[in-house]
Ligand binder design. Structure first.
Ligand code: A3P
Length: 272
């Protein structure tokens, strides 16, 4: 054949699908889409566009099914996937370990109180006549007993889920990204991610601009689009007003779990 096709016959140059080397495992509503869109600007990163949900929903379909949901890569490129429910699903750490003990795990975390409100806001956007946040977050009307069974509250107890991951993976294989900092200084957090993945620092401040109307960092260009654009309108929603005393009670609830999380990660995220 032509020289081009001879080149493609060489292993490593011929694109093929591979199981992921790196997973963005969570946490839901902390900025996981922003992280994926930012890191996939790197030419050595290829990612599945939508959430595959292999380890939580489709595990019985097997690794061959999973691999077919991965993008084509050539040698030297990292295969990535993000499904935020992995972080909180009990069976997932063991299953990821079973696929590849060397899997690198990226975890975006955000103040669990604002994360809960964000989670609620998303649910409310899909359902008419949703109860108020305050009615759902507490078991009575007095903001005293927090409803720890309500998803938006429960998911914010990060230490509880992290403990299960640490049964299978050393801390050195986990990278924690501050959701707050990913908004304030995306280039800084993406710099850390590139270092962690052993990549050259290709994605830098030059890729980002702050869109004052949206109130979030946006991209000058990406693989998909060559013109400036922000994440979709489902990212960066306006949150409803929440009674400050409800917020205060939730902060108090999370404090010991946050401290435990700082202790486990060795990072003080300084959530109030
Ligand atoms: P809000 O919509 O509540 O503001 P996820 O992608 O994990 O669902 O997280 C969504 C959150 O990502 C948004 O929550 C928003 O705060 C945050 N985010 C971080 N960087 C962003 C960006 N550049 N554009 C829009 N949202 C961003």
């Amino acid at each position: 054949g032509s020289p081009k096709y001879q080149l493609l016959r060489q292993p490593g140059l011929r694109p093929s699908r591979h199981l992921p080397d790196t997973l963005i495992i969570g946490v839901k509503k902390s900025g996981t889409r922003a992280l994926l869109e930012f890191i996939r600007l790197h030419p050595d990163v290829r990612a599945a566009g939508s959430e595959v949900h292999f380890f939580d929903r489709h595990y019985q379909r097997g690794l061959r099914w999973y691999r077919h949901h991965m993008p084509y890569t050539i040698e030297g490129q990292i295969t990535m996937e993000k499904t935020p429910s992995y972080f909180v699903t009990k069976e997932v750490p063991q299953r990821v370990y079973h696929m590849n003990t060397a899997t690198k795990l990226l975890i975006v975390v955000r103040d669990p109180v604002t994360r809960a409100i964000s989670d609620y806001t998303q649910a409310a956007s899909k359902k008419a006549d949703m109860k108020r946040f305050e009615q759902l977050a507490f078991v009575n009307g007095s903001y005293s007993v927090v409803d720890t069974n309500w998803g938006p509250v429960k998911i914010g107890v990060y230490s509880r889920y992290l403990e299960r991951w640490l049964l299978y993976f050393p801390l050195s294989q986990l990278l924690f990204i501050s959701g707050e900092r990913l908004i304030m200084d995306p280039a800084y957090e993406i710099g850390r991610v590139q270092d962690f993945l052993g990549l050259k620092r290709v994605v830098t401040e030059k890729h980002f601009y702050f869109n004052a109307t949206k109130g979030f960092p946006c991209l000058f260009k990406s693989e998909a689009r060559s013109t400036p654009h922000c994440l979709g309108k489902t990212k960066g929603r306006n949150h409803p007003h929440i009674d400050p005393s409800a917020i205060e009670r939730l902060r108090e609830f999370y404090r010991p779990f946050n401290n435990k999380f700082y202790q486990l990660t060795g990072i003080n995220f300084a959530w109030a």
